[in-house]
Design a protein around this ligand. Structure first.
Ligand code: ZN
Length: 320
């Protein structure tokens, strides 16, 4: 009798080894981000990831793009596309070699490379601690010691805001997604809601959609929900068989203060996020804006921020 073979599971290191790979729906799957595909690891382990990355579909989806940003006295900051290529395996060595080869092809000196910018994926920088030798940055740094790593700061700001919002008593993202799905594709529901708005003399507006990795869009949705607070409350508390999560949210006394709190805090993140997403902003301009106090929030008290931990209930109390 043959022994049943042990099934292979996902390992955290796969994300460092392969570009665009994260944990899948459960332990036996990896997820390919560019293809939005689940890769079954049970039988072959990481060989299955390698085989997936060999497929034409994956190669089409996962193109590596090299752009350069440089400065000239006459033209200022310039951004140019250098090359675009399908990398079959996309491990850190391949990406590093791709960059070296592209620079060579355009006769750009590696010594003139100041920094390496990429998203914060472990394969690019080895995680927040810049740990381990198996990442693109470490491999490029072997050629130039003083190379500066530049991850995506907008993403870090976004994560900070999201982690904090996860601690308030209401799961606001769940509410926002449920609201969007409630109105999606139903003219009748829009019409009913319009009637309530007219009755309450509130300007009818639709709820904007929110993407899970975009903190800015959440701010816009919260802004709209606050404007439509009364008609939405009427809609979801007076109707038979409203989605329970919405009925409970709009009936709870706690929801409005939480929403107003998030609205106020999100505004603090908005300006720096918008600036970070601009195409030609330089670090120097960014720091300059910070020190000119342009970004200092005016809508929350600095006394609160200087406290080591600000409790949600403290803020509700202060607001009251
Ligand atoms: Zn893929």
């Amino acid at each position: 009798m043959s022994q049943p073979k042990r099934k292979s599971v996902y390992k955290v290191d796969f994300a460092k080894e392969f570009q665009g790979i994260k944990k899948g729906k459960e332990d036996y799957h990896a997820h390919c981000i560019p293809c939005k595909d689940e890769i079954n690891l049970a039988a072959m382990g990481k060989t299955a990831i390698k085989q997936h990355q060999e497929k034409p579909k994956h190669k089409e989806n996962a193109k590596a793009v090299a752009t350069t940003r440089y400065f000239t006295a006459s033209k200022g900051v310039q951004v140019r596309l250098l090359d675009m290529e399908s990398l079959p395996g996309e491990d850190s060595t391949m990406v590093a070699n791709f960059i070296i080869q592209v620079l060579g092809k355009h006769q750009l000196q590696f010594e003139n490379l100041v920094s390496f910018c990429a998203d914060n994926a472990p394969v690019n920088f080895g995680g927040p601690q810049l740990a381990g030798p198996n990442n693109v940055f470490k491999k490029l740094q072997e050629k130039k010691k003083n190379l500066i790593p530049v991850g995506c700061s907008a993403h870090i700001l976004h994560n900070a805001a999201q982690k904090a919002a996860d601690r308030v008593p209401v799961d606001i993202e769940a509410i926002v997604f449920k609201l969007a799905s409630y109105f999606k594709g139903s003219t009748r529901r829009h019409e009913d809601f319009k009637d309530i708005c007219n009755f309450l003399e509130v300007n009818y507006e639709t709820i904007p959609s929110h993407g899970p990795t975009r903190w800015l869009t959440l701010g816009k949705v919260i802004d709209r929900v606050l404007k439509l607070w009364d008609p939405l409350t009427t809609l979801f508390t007076s109707k038979d068989k409203s989605p329970r999560i919405l009925e409970e949210f709009f009936s709870s006394d706690e929801s409005l203060p939480v929403l107003q709190f998030l609205h106020s805090v999100l505004a603090v993140f908005e300006k720096p996020l918008l600036l970070l997403q601009e195409f030609y902003t330089t670090v120097i301009e960014y720091i300059d804006k910070w020190f000119r106090v342009e970004f200092l929030p005016t809508n929350i008290s600095w006394i609160m921020l200087s406290k080591k931990s600000v409790d949600y209930y403290d803020i509700v109390e202060m607001a009251g």
